[in-house]
Design a protein around this ligand. Structure first.
Ligand code: PQ2
Ligand code: NAD
Length: 239
C-alpha cells in the first residue's frame, strides 16, 4: 500500500477550482474558504449554500459545464461532479498542467485525499484511513471530539502568545528550549484550566518567564536537576 505524505497546505489567496456544485463540492469548498483560498466553482447547478457564498462574494461561481481549458492558472482543483468521465477529464487536464487534484469518486486519479477534520481554533486534528473508509475516519474524529473540547481553542491561543514572548525575550537557546517545553506541558494545561483559559497579559507572561528562568538558574546553582515544572502559584501577580 503506498502511503500518503501528511501536509498542511497554505492556500491563502491561491486559485482553487471546484468542478461540480453538489454536497461533496460544498464540503470541500467549506475547507477552502476557512483557509482563505480564492475559490472558483464551475457547475451548471449548485447547492443553496454554495449559491449563498457566491452572492456574498465569498467565491466565484461560473454556471456552466466543465470544458477542457477551464483549469488554466489554478493552483489546485477538486473534481466533484457526479459524472465519472467528467471527473476523469478534470484529473487529466490537472495532471497535464501540473495542478494539484482531488478526485471525489476516483481518488487514485488525483494527488491527494481529504482527512476527516476536527478544528479547535489553532488546533487541527486530521484523521485519515488512507482510502480504506472515510466513514471510519469520521467515526474516529467524532471520538476525538470528546477528548479535545472547545477549551483547546483558548488554550492554544494562550500558548501561541507565550511562545511569541519566549522567542522575543529569551536569547539563550537552552533556556528557551526548557521554557517552550514547559509551556507545552501538562502542568501548564492544568494551570490554564484553573484560570478558565483566560488569556494572559504581556506582564503576566513576562512574570512567568522570569519566575521559571529564575527557578532554572536556582536549580543549576544548587546542582540539582529541575525538580518540578516551575509553576509557582504563590507569588504576587501570578495565577
Ligand atoms: C473524511 C471525508 C473528508 C471530506 O470529504 O472532506 C471523506 N469522505 C467523507 C465522507 C463520505 N465519503 C463517502 C460518503 C458516503 C458514504 C455512504 O453513504 O455510503 C461520505 C459521507 C457523507 O458524504 O456524508 C463515500 C466516498 N468517499 C470516497 C468515495 C470514493 C472512493 O473511495 O472510491 C466514496 C464512495 C462514493 C460513491 O461512489 O458513493 C472517497 C474519499 N472520501 C474521502 C474523505 C477520501 C478518503 C479519506 C480517508 O480514507 O481517510 C476520499 C478517498 C477522497 C476525497 O474525497 O478526498 C468525509 C467525512 C467528513 C467528516 O464528516 O468528518
Ligand atoms: N469524496 C467524498 O467524500 C464523496 C462522498 C460521497 C460521494 N462522493 C462522490 O462524489 C461525487 C459527487 O457527489 P455529490 O453528492 O456532490 O453529487 P451531486 O449530484 O450532489 O452533485 C453533482 C454536481 O456536479 C455538477 N455537474 C454535473 N456534471 C457537470 C459537468 N459536466 N461540469 C460541471 N459540473 C457538473 C452538478 O450540477 C452537481 O452540482 C459522486 O461521484 C459521488 O459518488 C464522494
Amino acid at each position: 500500500m503506498p502511503g500518503y505524505v501528511p501536509v498542511m497546505l497554505d492556500c491563502e489567496n491561491r486559485s482553487c477550482m471546484v468542478i461540480g456544485g453538489g454536497r461533496v463540492a460544498e464540503r470541500k469548498i467549506g475547507e477552502l474558504l476557512v483557509a482563505s483560498a480564492l475559490v472558483t466553482v464551475i457547475s451548471p447547478a449548485v447547492t443553496p449554500v454554495i449559491r449563498q457564498y457566491h452572492e456574498q462574494g465569498k467565491l466565484n461561481w461560473m454556471p456552466k459545464m466543465y470544458t477542457c481549458g477551464d483549469l488554466e492558472g489554478a493552483f489546485m482543483v477538486h473534481a466533484a461532479t457526479d459524472d465519472s468521465k467528467v471527473n476523469r477529464a478534470v484529473a487529466d487536464e490537472a495532471r497535464a498542467r501540473g495542478i494539484l487534484a482531488n478526485v471525489a469518486d476516483q481518488p487514485e486519479l488525483g494527488d491527494f485525499i481529504h482527512p476527516s477534520v476536527l478544528r479547535r481554533g489553532r488546533l487541527l486534528i486530521a484523521v485519515s484511513a488512507s482510502g480504506a473508509g472515510p466513514l471510519a475516519a469520521r467515526a474516529i474524529r467524532r471520538k476525538l471530539e470528546d477528548d479535545y473540547g472547545v477549551e483547546y481553542e483558548a488554550y492554544l491561543d494562550v500558548l501561541y502568545e507565550m511562545r511569541q514572548a519566549i522567542r522575543e525575550q529569551v536569547d539563550d537557546p537552552e533556556s528557551r528550549r526548557v521554557l517552550l517545553s514547559k509551556v507545552a506541558g501538562e502542568e501548564m494545561f492544568a494551570l490554564l484550566r484553573q484560570g478558565g483559559f483566560k488569556s494572559w497579559s504581556q506582564e503576566e507572561i513576562k512574570h512567568w518567564i522570569k519566575n521559571n528562568q529564575e527557578e532554572k538558574n536556582a536549580d543549576n546553582r544548587s546542582g540539582q536537576q529541575t525538580k518540578r515544572a516551575g509553576i509557582d502559584t504563590d507569588g504576587p501577580g501570578y495565577r
